[in-house]
Design a protein around this ligand. Structure first.
Ligand code: SF4
Length: 372
């Protein structure tokens, strides 16, 4: 039987990230790719250095394109069907880093249409409301309106639609069926939708009137969209998008990916302090059943979501390495380790909540429509 399943809508089982790459046909990030990044950025972000972003398509190509002085941009998105958890923020933190380091504009798509098509429980008003709510979390990372262009699909469709139309004509039913696993009972909204997600990859070229490829940092499950985008780009006169893929964020309860149906599996940016503390203190760990055994045998940080979050949110390599070693040797017990994590996360969230509230009246200033 199958060991694991990864599609844009579902992740099941224990993910083998190397197999997944081979299956999708993307490339692992090599030391020479990372060196090229260091050459142009002056440093390498911890999320790349630590291997959380681990694969790509043409990341090296777009860096060389940058090296030749030509324009490029960043693109990512979010399906607005509920609150944002701190795992969602991880690729956005990298996005902000790229934008700052390279002076790049960011196209951020809120797919309120897709979430409405996909979820029988959600109204279009719901997904639009979540698009506005989720935008607060993106803006809170410190973006200014000249750098961040928000596209809420059902509101900001105008510049995208002609591109989506050209894209749709290049995609056959056979192709999207094979790529996304659509069936005879899939609604036609979902069947058209990939042309809209792909269209944003071509939008900067249209808006600037010159070849402007995008770099798309996202989780590996989004590869099917951008594989198709790359297949058809040149026939439409657009440069191929480049991608940078992350692994999935571990759930606090120990599964490969967080699930929206179990709120304890993730920390949401709108969780209050008590809830955050409870979720961290109750998290699954790679520890031993008793303190005595842990002192003697040590824990396993590789399977531990608490360690995973230290790795994602602590910028200091030495501190993360010390936690790894002290866990392995048994010098650190899980209770203490969780308190340390709680300290880091609550500091991040305190600052984030304030910035998020300040953004509340400003979302429309960031929308692409307000600038065209
Ligand atoms: Fe996880 Fe920390 Fe316990 Fe090690 S000590 S298993 S990293 S919680």
């Amino acid at each position: 039987g199958e060991e694991f399943v990864v599609t844009p809508w579902e992740v099941r089982g224990k993910v083998d990230y190397d197999k997944l790459l081979a299956h999708f046909g993307a490339r692992p990030l090599t030391p020479s790719d990372v060196e090229l990044l260091a050459k142009y950025a002056g440093e390498v972000h911890p999320l790349i250095r630590r291997g959380f972003f681990y694969a790509h398509r043409d990341f090296d190509e777009i860096l060389r394109w940058h090296g030749s002085g030509r324009p490029w941009a960043l693109y990512t998105g979010r399906g607005p069907s509920g609150p944002v958890h701190i795992g969602h923020m991880v690729p956005w933190i990298l996005l902000k880093w790229f934008s700052d380091k390279f002076g790049l504009e960011v196209y951020f798509q809120m797919t309120d249409d897709e979430k409405f098509y996909d979820d029988p429980e959600l109204s279009l008003a719901d997904t639009r409301r979540w698009a506005y709510e989720n935008a607060l979390d993106v803006i809170a990372l410190g973006f200014t309106p000249d750098r961040l262009h928000l596209i809420i699909d059902t509101l900001d469709i105008k510049p995208l639609f002609p591109i989506a139309v050209k894209t749709a004509k290049k995609l056959t039913w056979n192709t999207v069926k094979a790529t996304f696993g659509f069936t005879d009972s899939t609604n036609i909204g979902l069947i058209f939708y990939p042309s809209l997600q792909i269209a944003v990859a071509f939008l900067p070229t249209e808006l600037r009137g010159e070849a402007t490829p995008v770099l798309i940092p996202c989780a590996i499950d989004q590869d099917p969209y951008f594989r198709l985008a790359r297949d058809i780009a040149e026939s439409l006169g657009y440069p191929k998008p480049a991608t940078l893929y992350s692994k999935f964020i571990m759930s606090l309860t120990g599964e490969s990916k967080m699930s929206a149906s179990n709120p304890d599996s993730a920390i949401y940016t709108i969780d209050d302090e008590k809830t955050v503390r409870r979720k961290i203190m109750n998290a699954f760990t790679g520890g031993r059943p008793t303190a005595e055994e842990q002192r003697k045998l040590g824990g396993n940080p590789n399977i531990c979501p608490v360690f995973h979050y230290h790795m994602l949110f602590d910028p200091d390599d030495k501190s993360v390495e010390k936690i790894r070693q002290d866990c392995r040797s048994g010098a650190l017990l899980c209770g203490e380790c969780k308190l340390m994590l709680h300290d880091k996360i609550s500091r991040f969230l305190k600052q984030h909540r304030e910035a998020r509230e300040k953004a509340r009246d400003k979302v429309d200033q960031y929308r692409l429509s307000s600038k065209l």
